[in-house]
Design a protein. Structure first.
Length: 274
């Protein structure tokens, strides 16, 4: 598998966008905005964990994973920078980032522990982002009426999440992380990730004044639980993580590669990781 490529996204996020940038739909905009609010802290944690994990490997193994980790760090650093810019527009429109505050406390605890815990938590969260990325890339209609800049940002981010889906997992295995702890961390991450996502989405909707509108929850049902919805479609891919011997490469990244090939005008490769 080729190392992840670092790309500069050619999208101007300096110009503000509407809170309901996804075609005026309050729920899907608030849901994606919640995810965005988690990224600057979350992706910093992922790249710190993987970087430290690599450092703790024997020298010959470090050589094996160096290019992958370099690409991974470059991609996540680029994502977090752009989402920080994105989030400034949300905060200036009255959103409050509660997720980041909660995550910071948990990250501080994790960073006191054996590095394998942080890498396992990263690998589990990366599985979530890869499953979500797959759903977004197979449901581009989701962004049918979106601000084109944000559509490009999300699909580029999804493509790169899919592209680097193995890195944290490989470092965890190379560090001798056990299957038992791999699954234990997936259960923990599932609880924290889903409750944080729900709480931040509800909070965004509250500030947006659309929390108690029927249309908000109709959209939530349609996009998450109805046929073709994220949770219904993503469940079996998510569940694969619990299979003995699972590896993220068992899930193809065809859609990601396709999107990147079809949208070469949207980004400029910064450097090939070497
Ligand atoms: Fe990312
Ligand atoms: Fe990632």
């Amino acid at each position: 598998m080729k190392p992840p490529v670092i790309r500069q996204l050619l999208v101007d996020l300096n110009v503000p966008f509407a809170l309901r940038w996804n075609g005026g739909d309050a729920f899907t905009s608030a849901f994606m905005n919640a995810l965005s609010l988690s990224f600057p802290a979350g992706e910093q944690f992922f790249l710190d964990s993987v970087r430290e994990g690599l450092k703790q490997l024997p020298a010959e193994q470090q050589d094996l994973f160096k290019s992958d980790v370099k690409g991974f760090i470059g991609q996540e650093a680029t994502h977090r920078r752009l989402h920080a810019l994105y989030n400034q527009h949300l905060l200036s429109q009255g959103m409050v980032n509660h997720w980041e505050q909660r995550a910071a406390k948990r990250i501080a605890i994790l960073q006191q522990m054996d590095i394998r815990h942080a890498v396992a938590a990263t690998a589990a969260t990366e599985h979530y982002t890869a499953v979500f990325a797959h759903w977004l890339l197979s449901n581009e209609d989701f962004f049918q009426h979106a601000d084109p800049r944000l559509k490009t940002l999300w699909l580029w981010h999804a493509s790169e999440e899919s592209e680097h889906r193995c890195t944290a997992f490989d470092i965890y295995q190379a560090l001798g992380g056990s299957e038992e702890w791999r699954l234990r961390w997936m259960r923990r991450v599932t609880w924290f990730f889903l409750t944080d996502l729900l709480r931040q989405t509800v909070n965004n909707l509250w500030h947006d004044g659309s929390l108690f509108k029927l249309s908000t929850w109709a959209s939530a049902w349609q996009h998450l639980f109805a046929k073709g919805g994220l949770f219904r479609e993503g469940y079996s891919l998510w569940r694969d993580y619990f299979k003995p011997g699972f590896h993220p490469s068992h899930h193809p990244d065809t859609l990601s590669q396709q999107w990147l090939q079809q949208h070469t005008g949207a980004y400029a490769p910064v450097t090939q990781a070497s």
